[in-house]
Design a protein around this ligand. Structure first.
Ligand SMILES: [Zn+2]
Length: 236
């Protein structure tokens, strides 16, 4: 599930298809990547019209920038474009990854261009044929940074960490633990007024009640464990 402003976006097996839902309405957008993309763009247009308009303007001139442009919009509105670590020379910003607990660094090069240390950039990224972004290879992270500059969107302030995650993780980051599917109490509607307990029987701590209620409201199930709940909540 993704959250964009007041919208939640997920695949609804009852429709079936991708839906964008807020507290007033639900729109469905069909199956597959196309449906998911359409649902996300619908929510972006409704919730962040100035960001959506900037991406649409870019796509009018450079249709090939669409997938990276819309992905950049998501990174921006999620607050994933971060201020640089002032102790890292040449770093102009960092951008959090949506999939993994890491980020990429945007670095000023000696020729004045910016580089990103993500795989897309390393493989050539996207090159636009005409200004204002010509002569600058692009990835979604760099586009998110340029979008922030264009919209005067503030970067998210972060506390610098001493080591780059690539160096400190010692190997591939494997993401959060996932509860075994067989243990999950699926296909049961949960009464949200019932005493708050996890599927494993543990009571829900007062500090986690809000997360618990939104989990139940969105999934119509209760989370199996506190770890599962917080993983869902932090991953939104
Ligand atoms: Zn990148």
């Amino acid at each position: 599930m993704k959250h964009i402003g007041a919208y939640a976006i997920w695949y609804d097996t009852a429709v079936p298809g991708w839906v964008a839902v807020n507290d007033k309405q639900q729109h469905s957008f069909g199956n597959g990547t196309r449906g998911e993309r359409a649902a996300i763009r619908h929510a972006l247009r409704a919730e962040f019209p100035q960001v959506a308009a900037a991406v649409e303007h870019l796509c009018t001139h450079f249709p090939e920038a669409a997938s990276r442009g819309w992905a950049a919009a998501e990174l921006l509105i999620l607050g994933y474009v971060l201020t640089p670590d002032p102790t890292e020379p040449g770093e102009v910003a960092r951008v959090r990854s949506q999939r993994q607990g890491r980020w990429y660094r945007l670095l000023q090069q000696t020729d004045g261009r910016l580089a990103c240390d993500c795989p897309d950039y390393a493989q050539g990224g996207l090159a636009l044929a005409s200004p204002p972004l010509a002569n600058q290879l692009l990835c979604k992270h760099l586009l998110a940074y340029f979008l922030a500059g264009h919209l005067a969107w503030p970067l998210t302030a972060t506390t610098p960490v001493p080591l780059h995650p690539k160096r400190s993780m010692a190997g591939r980051f494997r993401g959060r633990a996932v509860t075994a599917v067989g243990h999950y109490n699926s296909h049961r509607l949960i009464n949200s007024q019932a005493a708050a307990r996890y599927g494993n029987g543990q009571p829900v701590l007062p500090a986690h009640q809000t997360h618990y209620k939104s989990f139940v409201a969105f999934t119509q199930q209760r989370p199996f464990s506190q770890e599962k709940l917080l993983s869902w909540s932090l991953g939104r």
